[in-house]
Design a protein around this ligand. Structure first.
Ligand code: UD1
Ligand code: UDP
Length: 381
């Protein structure tokens, strides 16, 4: 029997971090040819992940331009994918999550009548414009996909409610598989400032913020709240690896740069980021991935958004929605800085998003779908 040609398509930093362990797992299966096509919707931030996880793409669309629009990303991906599919001739295309690369990758597979596996399927906020455009991207991919790899049972239930009943698997999130390979107690940072931070004597706050729906007024509020937190608390060191988006960089420069105890640094490599998270006191973020990683490391998270598609860690008590209002963000952070009870109530490790074996389940599910193995047991968080 010839090998199954499984092509993983991704383009941004979070997709790469979450797909890297899967590309590796698939490559380790003798029934599978694991192919990797990157759109490079992100360039530097993608290349950094490829380096950390030692991945060499078979195809690179190299589409990124400064201040790219949703339409240009999507159209360039679609055009580029035609060539990649013609050259690599996959039997199955895997896409991840909810970016423009994800949507265009799935749509392109459909145009070529190639089945689609959606990794990280079934997340929903039910607000069309938040997160934007991610909520619509994942809904559109749900309509196209044939296999759905849901991180949690809750995600599977979301799809069932939409009438999607076939091809569903609960696998856990592959980000936990990735995290298992990067976090080390004796990790030495290559970013020197991170070796020097006083993790024991002070409270290190880890911040990220980049979402499109936060552009403008919300991002201004968030930056001013972060400034206030740093100004008010001498025992705090705030570390913010700033996303390369020029829109984000402008907001940071305008409202946060120059504040005391604030370290604005370039995006970190994934292993640096994961180990920093493992050592910090508190995470403030609008990122999706950080909401999954920090709970596994026992770190409380304040989410700088109005809603979340990741309610599992909120239910487990390690994540709280802080919103986009300046006073509320400051008040919620201050509580976690000053009340040991409030902090202890959130700072416990939980793993609602996975046990580190998501990639194994996904590979097994693919082989089962093509009649070449047993159906895997679902992940039960
Ligand atoms: C994208 C995803 C978002 C995801 C985020 C992860 C879409 C629409 N958005 O948003 O879902 O949460 O990635 O970070 O798919 N840039 C660089 N170098 C890089 C990366 C970005 O210079 O390595 C700059 C470029 O000017 C680029 C801009 O950032 O045009 C924005 O990148 P883009 O992928 O369009 O949006 P993100 O906000 O990164
Ligand atoms: N991350 C990283 N370096 C950074 C910031 C984030 O490696 O400087 C990692 C983070 O640990 C997580 C992923 O990137 O695995 C999240 O990406 P991002 O926040 O850009 O996107 P989202 O998850 O919101 O889509």
């Amino acid at each position: 029997m010839s090998k199954l040609r499984v092509m993983s398509v991704f383009g941004t930093r979070p997709e790469a971090i979450k797909m890297a362990p899967l590309v590796r797992e698939l490559a380790g299966r003798e029934e599978i040819d694991s192919l990797c096509c990157v759109t490079a919707q992100h360039r530097e931030m993608l290349d950094s992940v490829l380096e950390v996880f030692h991945l060499r793409p078979d195809w690179d669309l190299n589409i990124m331009t400064p201040r790219q629009t949703l339409s240009t990303i999507t159209s360039k991906c679609l055009t580029g994918m035609d060539e990649a599919i013609d050259a690599l001739k996959p039997d199955l295309i895997l896409v991840h999550g909810d970016t423009s690369t994800t949507f265009a990758g799935a749509l392109s597979a459909f145009y070529h009548q190639i089945p689609v596996g959606h990794v990280e399927a079934g997340l929903r906020t039910y607000d069309k414009y938040s997160p934007f455009p991610e909520e619509m991207n994942r809904k559109l991919v749900s309509a196209i996909a044939d296999l759905y790899f849901c991180p949690t049972e809750n995600n599977r239930q979301n799809l069932l409610r939409e009438g999607i009943t076939q091809g569903l698997f609960v696998t856990g999130n592959t980000v936990i598989d990735a995290l298992k390979t990067t976090v080390r107690k004796d990790y030495h940072f290559t970013t020197e400032i991170l070796n020097q931070l006083p993790y024991d004597s002070k409270k290190v706050l880890l911040v990220t913020c980049h979402r499109r729906e936060n552009y403008g007024e919300p991002m201004r509020n968030i930056m001013l709240a972060l400034r206030e937190i740093a100004e008010n608390n001498e025992d705090v060191e705030l570390v913010y690896p700033v996303h390369l988006s020029p829109v984000v960089r402008e907001a940071v420069d305008q409202y946060l740069r120059g504040a005391p105890r604030v370290h604005l640094i370039d995006p970190l490599a994934a292993d640096e980021m994961h180990n920093l998270m493992a050592r910090c006191y508190l995470v403030l973020t609008d990122s999706g991935g950080l909401q999954e990683e920090a709970p596994a490391l026992g770190k409380p998270v304040l989410v700088l958004r109005r809603e979340t598609e990741r309610p599992e860690a909120v239910a487990a008590g390690t994540v709280k929605l802080a919103g986009i209002n300046r006073e509320t963000i400051v008040a919620m952070a201050e509580e976690l800085l000053h009340s040991t009870g409030a902090y202890a109530a959130m700072a416990h490790a939980v793993n609602p998003y996975g046990d580190g074996f998501a990639c194994r389940r996904i590979a097994d599910a693919i082989l089962w779908h093509f009649g070449r193995g047993e159906r895997p047991e679902d992940f039960r968080g």
